[in-house]
Write a new protein. Structure first.
Lengths: 421, 405
């Protein structure tokens, strides 16, 4: 099942993580699993709700075929457990006793109702680090709000700044908010771990997704407190208070990104681009509109009244070239141009290939291997390994309940029949 | 009090700049790491040059971005082209045992400050190099900002309207995706060193890390051959799912129904109980299929509503909804206030300045922001005299040689 060879083992191999989370927290456990911890996902009988998220492998709505599940459960093991049943709670307590970290993303108060809240868990295992990932944090006026990716992005700031000014604010179509929070959860877990190393005590790590996404306003969240002009969303560009620029440009075969700034604060990065455009306007083969602009482009003055004409001229220029040609021009003239890569472009990227980024992970029951995004960091001596494909529902029940908790076969059958596992 | 923090005793010699890597060391500083920023003599840190600026006045000590990325750190300016400055850098590496840097690949080597050289002076060194595309490969030299990282990782393809040029996520998006992963990698290496004494080099590519935030779309491509495309605010799993206009100019509300109960509650709030019976919307499959109709129905209602009143009504009914909040609304947000998101710290030039806190609350050893982001080279004397133990004569000599920029 496992994957690429490596010279050494990942850094956090000695720790055990219990993962009770759903889409709000699964990346947290996966980051820790990639770093070598033994992560056991605890799902309700029948499987996590995330297993019902599209897209699916071959579009078949199979709980083991959700690509959303695959994306955030690599390197984990999975068991099923009915936390609402008394026997289920008792087993959960046994698992908690042997864990170093616990991750959960239930609405505040829900774990307490189940008898699995932080205080209860800490009584069982005072060394436990207990990570809670929620939309707004454990307490406060919005802590019990009904939420979703889009709601967190709206409340936290980035939504207002994304998209075109003549359309509604816009999100990234792949849900992002809880990924920010889950990654913060993994960092929080390790921060608490360093305290545990010295004190021998665990603690409660409380992550607010709203705060996690506020960072993605590029400090726009501070504008009012800085008595500065607010950031606004703008089609194809940025309106950062006193700094305005266009950053999206059409190419013959797609789009590129290149910051072209206007206004008083355009800054030193614009010198080369302004010089380049002026030189282009002086070429015999330049298009007539660009030629006509030439006097206004001279000395990099770019008068405000020529802004629309300059933008139109640059668009015509970029439109005549392919993304690859524009990148080459950028290299030659010291401009900063990036290709807006399509997903197939990224998949075929010579850079990522040269670094062996994509990792083939075998799914033996499907008799296929699939390319997964590779290690999030390259460790020189403790490399991340892709040891396990994402687990199927209850795949490790036997391994955990019989092998590790020492339950007999008869007891396991009993628990299965009672719907506990 | 500082002794109580989880990372007290951890020291970082930080050559990084701009946003992505400094934000990682900023988070570690909140939790007790001592971080010394080495700023180059010939180029201002990009974060110092980015808005918002205090009172709209551009200036290297006025940026909110700098305030956010570098609070709690110390700053010294070094001209690393000079041997004397490099000796100071080596002493700081020896003091720290942990190095962070984000120059273009090869730059540290040019100065003789690459991992192989530094581990000679600091056995057990942990060094993390953060770059856009990684330290090797045909595009290793490709320098760029976070918005280019977002473009190179594919984010623009899934952020936009189907009938238009891609919008892309807001600005330097990958700079805000990766910092916690950078910091996490560093802490994992620190734990390994704690137990084995073994240091290591970490090659951190911002594009490679950020790609994990699009993993479901990449798996859809690798497993099904389907390349996700812009779909506005629609969702694969939920409908209605959108951002709808409210009364007033540029006022919006985000509304999502993840299940039938939330949909029926929305119908009740909109005073459209007959829609609960509408066969088009009776199942999630039906709602997804008729998402355009739903968007129209919901928009017609929201357009008459105040965004915050609608938010209150919908939340009271259990429907996921939030007003779309921009700068001034964030400042006034009661939940962010409850979490202590905006922190005011003393500043040597401005009296006081604001910093955003981070999202991680530890119950026993909470993070805190003790000092404002440093003024340019403002801690040089403290660093040289108190941390490195240089004499006044040595410090004067360094200044005279131009080592301090």
């Amino acid at each position: 099942m496992a994957v690429s060879p490596a010279s050494s083992t990942p850094p956090l191999e000695r720790y055990r993580v219990l993962d009770f989370s759903d889409e709000r927290g699964l990346l947290c456990g996966q980051l820790l699993a990639d770093l070598g911890t033994d992560v056991v996902v605890v799902e309700p009988p029948g499987g996590s709700r995330v297993r019902r998220f599209a897209p699916f492998y071959q579009d078949l709505p199979d709980p083991n075929g959700s690509l959303y599940w695959w994306a955030y459960n690599r390197n984990k093991r999975a068991i099923t457990l009915n936390l609402g049943a008394a026997a289920g709670k008792a087993l959960a307590h046994q698992l908690i006793a042997g864990a170093d970290f616990l991750i959960e993303s239930a609405s505040p108060g829900r774990m307490e109702e189940l008898g699995l809240g932080y205080d209860e868990a800490a009584r069982i295992n005072p060394r436990l680090i207990y990570v809670s990932i929620t939309p707004f944090g454990q307490a406060g006026p919005k802590a019990n709000w009904a939420s979703s990716d889009l709601v967190v992005l709206a409340a936290g700031g980035p939504l207002a700044l994304t998209g075109d000014d003549d359309r509604p604010p816009l999100r990234v179509a792949v849900p992002q908010a809880y990924l920010h929070a889950a990654a913060d959860g993994a960092l929080g877990a390790m921060l608490a771990h360093f305290h545990r190393v010295r004190s021998g005590r665990g603690q409660h790590v409380d992550v607010s997704a709203q705060q996690s996404v506020a960072i993605a306003t590029q400090s726009g969240a501070l504008a009012t407190l800085f008595n500065a002009a607010p950031f606004r969303r703008h089609r194809g560009g940025l309106r950062l208070g006193i700094l305005e620029n266009q950053i999206i440009w059409p190419a013959r075969d797609g789009h590129v990104t290149m910051a072209v700034a206007f206004g008083a604060n355009a800054g030193p990065f614009m010198v080369k681009i302004r010089q380049f455009l002026y030189e282009q306007s002086r070429l015999p083969e330049a298009d007539p509109e660009l030629k006509a602009l030439s006097p206004q482009l001279e000395d990099g003055r770019w008068p405000e009244e020529a802004r629309d004409a300059i933008i139109a001229a640059i668009r015509r220029f970029t439109q005549r070239h392919t993304k690859a040609q524009l990148m080459e021009i950028a290299q030659r003239h010291g401009l900063l141009i990036g290709s807006l890569e399509t997903l197939p472009d990224v998949f075929a990227s010579p850079q990522l290939s040269a670094r062996g980024y994509w990792r083939m992970v075998e799914h033996p029951e499907l008799t296929r291997a699939f390319a997964y995004p590779g290690p999030f960091a390259r460790f020189g001596t403790t490399p991340i390994q892709y040891r396990r494909r994402p687990p199927t529902v209850g795949e490790h029940n036997n391994e955990v309940y019989a092998g590790e908790l020492g339950l007999g076969a008869a007891r396991i059958r009993e628990l299965e029949e009672a719907g506990v596992i | 009090m500082a002794d109580e923090k989880p990372l007290s005793g951890v020291r970082i010699c930080d050559f990084s700049w701009a946003m992505a890597a400094p934000m990682a060391t900023r988070m570690l500083a909140d939790f007790g790491a001592a971080v010394v920023r080495i700023e180059p003599h010939n180029r201002y840190d990009a974060a110092r040059t980015q808005p918002p600026f205090l009172n709209n006045q551009p200036g290297v000590e006025n940026s909110a971005m700098w305030s956010n990325c570098d609070a709690g750190k110390l700053s010294i300016v070094l001209d690393l082209a000079r041997p004397a400055a490099r000796r100071v850098a080596l002493d700081l590496v020896r003091w720290a045992g942990v190095v962070m840097e984000s120059f273009s690949p090869g730059t540290m080597r040019k100065w003789g400050l690459d991992y192989e050289a530094l581990r000679e002076v600091s056995p057990g060194l942990i060094m993390l190099s953060s770059s856009l595309m990684g330290q090797d490969g045909p595009m290793a030299d490709y320098a760029g900002w976070g918005y280019m990282g977002a473009a190179m990782a594919g984010f623009h393809q899934v952020t936009g309207w189907p009938d238009r040029d891609p919008s892309g996520p807001f600005h330097s998006y990958t700079d805000y995706v990766v910092p916690r992963m950078t910091a996490l990698a560093l802490l994992a290496a620190l734990d390994h060193r704690r137990l084995t004494g073994e240091g290591q080099y970490i090659d951190f590519s911002q594009v490679e890390a950020a790609t994990h935030f699009l993993a479901p779309a990449y798996l859809d491509y690798s497993a099904n051959g389907r390349a996700a495309r812009a779909m506005g605010n629609r969702d694969f799993n939920f409908a209605p799912h959108g951002v709808y206009p409210c009364a007033g100019e540029d006022r919006w509300i985000a509304i999502v129904c993840e299940n039938g109960a939330q949909w029926r509650a929305l119908c009740a709030v909109m005073q459209r109980p007959e829609l609960q019976q509408d066969p088009r919307f009776g199942s999630i499959t039906g709602r997804l299929e008729h998402a355009a109709d739903l968007d129209e129905i919901v928009s017609r209602w929201t357009a008459m509503q105040d965004q915050y009143q609608a938010e209150t009504m919908l939340q009271a009914a259990g429907v996921p909804a939030s007003a779309v909040q921009n700068c001034s609304e964030l400042t006034a947000d009661p939940q962010l206030a409850h979490r202590g998101h905006f922190v005011k710290v003393k500043h040597p030039l401005h009296g006081a300045i604001h910093v955003e806190s981070n999202a991680i609350k530890l119950s026993q050893t909470p993070g805190s922001i003790e000092t404002a982001a440093p003024t340019l080279g403002g801690d040089a004397h403290h660093i040289l005299a108190d941390i490195l133990g240089y004499s006044e004569d040595q410090i004067t000599e360094l200044a005279e040689e131009g080592a301090l920029g």
